[in-house]
Design a protein around this ligand. Sequence first.
Ligand code: SF4
Ligand code: SF4
Ligand code: SF4
Ligand code: FES
Length: 376
Amino acid sequence: MSDGTILINGTPHPFEPGQTILEVAEAAGIAIPTLCHLKGTTPTGACRLCVVEVKGARNLLAACSTPAESTMEVTTDSPSVARSRKMTLELLLSSGNHDCLGIGTAKDARGLFDARAKTDGRSDHLCPSWGDCKLQDYALEYGATGTEYPRSTPTYPPELDNPLIIRDFSRCILCGRCVQACNEVQVNEAISHGYRGAESKIVALGDLPLSQSACVFCGECIQACPTGALVGKKSKGKWRPWDVTTIRTTCPYCGVGCQQTLHVKEGRIVKVTGDKEGLPNKGRLCVKGRFGYDFIYSEERLTTPLIRGNGELREASWDEALDLVADKLKTIMDESGPDAVAGVSCARSINEDSYQMQKLFRAVFKTNNIDHCART
Ligand code: SF4
Ligand code: SF4
Ligand code: SF4
Ligand code: FES
């Protein structure tokens, strides 16, 4: 039941108790830029990009952390709001190695940007998130160039010591979304805010490399990061948004059935992300679902059944392999009874297949010798 209405840009909008201005605006289709806000987690109000004018308030208020109240009059887009957002962006750009702009602030900057990235997009010196960065998008939208304030020198070198995640602290804006994703979404509690002032840094277990911390390499923090500060090592430099198609699918690894998005370039998967709208995972993935996609291109992958004869494995057709298995099972059960056979169903198969496997053993073979390798 609605608690009341607030006026947003002159139009009344109903809200539920506890909803923030941002949530009411989003439900009404009114765009407010955000960097630190991570849906479903506790608002931190860290970046100040989502500021709006509220009539009677002394300062601009952060829409993501200000609860809606009856009779509030909110303006989401005014000259002072735009000025504040631009200044916030300039400060963020100056606080690290954000060298992707520098082509002016004309309305067609994005086009120029894309053209340059297309010809230059694989060079190592380009930020791996170029074209896939919220900070960059908003800088272009608000005309921030990163030249307004002196640029600070990066304090910490990048962390490259594990096979899956690159942490580039020079591109971290300390928005804290990775911390929220790790602690509140995945509940792994591997990272937190560390140090103070100019030394501030996202740290893992007293500032150890991720590989020596409680990190389980689920990659949720990469998905949450709005900049190039967290990047998947396998996908780095292999794609830009304009050269991939996305395909929603079900993770092949276990029976949970997480929904994921494959980013496919020229017929090859270059990256996997969780589908935020898909159930049951709502965007979350584990290490296997997010990073375990490249096995399908392994030259060692078996693509046909193998039958052992005279100590050697030879390739066989599926019909031949299945007939052989069926014959052997029949022979064993004829000679020694149904309890002489057992089945272990694969945790990577879908639930329906595992169900059919136990039906085959219990209802057809008449044995309860059936198990599932997830238990091991
Ligand atoms: S992190 Fe974003 S803003 Fe910074 S250099 Fe990379 S693309 Fe540009
Ligand atoms: S990979 Fe997962 S566990 Fe590790 S820091 Fe990121 S969110 Fe936390
Ligand atoms: S690593 Fe990314 S998500 Fe984490 S604080 Fe830095 S910019 Fe934000
Ligand atoms: S999105 Fe509201 S303060 Fe960052």
